[in-house]
Design a binder for this molecule. Structure first.
Ligand code: ZN
Length: 243
């Protein structure tokens, strides 16, 4: 099976469409949460993702915030403003879909969670922090999002510490027996690793590979929509820098 891996789409329809066109044929889709928040097209993005073949999807903090199920007092003012705007936009059907998303899912040797396994809404930013997720993993592969940074961690069965590697410009990971992996495909709708191109991945369960890719899209078209929607300028400006 070829699984399309999507993370942190953040209501950016232009980036999502570019990724879907670039990925071409896939058998199933895995979504790591934060479908909405920040961007100008929450309903269109949720509907596009819901229509993907054999979708498995977990909730992100912005998804739960958009349905009033997450405390946004810790969000920065830009994120909070975007959450409140998103709450007003969502249709009842899309709100219902987001509200029912589970925090963790497992599919064919692969665990999906937005942030980390011990704490689904916490950031996994270092090899040190990856240890707790490796300890809780019951599959050889775990997929995470949330940081908007494309990278992966791996740990051999006998190793004490995991290793961390960047996927800033994409790359292919060969999954080997005896080595477990945590892959963050990066963000489709708001990359923060310095590369403004949309980031996504394809997991090939037969060949045992995960390929992370970057795709250009029309950033200016999204920025114009955000200006019209009166979303915070800072959120739109950062798209151009991938920060
Ligand atoms: Zn996010």
């Amino acid at each position: 099976m070829r699984y399309l891996i999507l993370a942190d789409v953040h209501a950016n329809l232009e980036a999502l469409e570019a990724v879907l066109a670039h990925a071409r044929r896939v058998d199933a889709a895995l979504c790591l949460g934060d479908l909405v928040g920040y961007g100008p097209d929450p309903n269109a993005c949720v509907e596009r993702i819901r229509a993907l073949p054999k979708l498995t999807c977990v909730a992100g903090n912005h998804d739960l915030a958009a349905v009033g199920a997450y405390d946004i007092s810790w969000f920065n003012s830009y994120a909070r403003e975007a959450v409140l705007w998103t709450q007003k936009q969502l249709t009842a059907e899309n709100r219902d879909f987001l509200a029912k998303l589970p925090l963790v899912q497992t599919v064919e040797g692969c665990t999906l969670v937005h942030g980390s396994l011990p704490e689904p809404m916490e950031y996994l930013l270092s090899a040190w922090e990856a240890r707790a997720t490796f300890q809780e993993m019951t599959t050889p592969l775990c997929l995470v999002g949330h940081t908007h940074v494309a990278e992966f961690y791996f740990q051999g069965d006998d190793a004490i510490m995991p290793q961390q590697r960047s996927l800033l410009h994409g790359g292919k990971i060969e999954l080997e027996a005896g080595i477990r992996c945590i892959v963050n495909p990066g963000s489709i709708g708001q990359p923060r690793d310095g590369n403004p191109m949309a980031a996504y991945a394809v997991y090939d369960s037969k060949r045992r590979t995960v390929a992370v890719r970057r795709v250009p899209y029309s950033i200016s078209a999204v920025q114009e929509k955000m200006r019209v929607a009166n979303l915070p300028a800072m959120l739109s400006e950062r798209l151009a820098y991938g920060r």
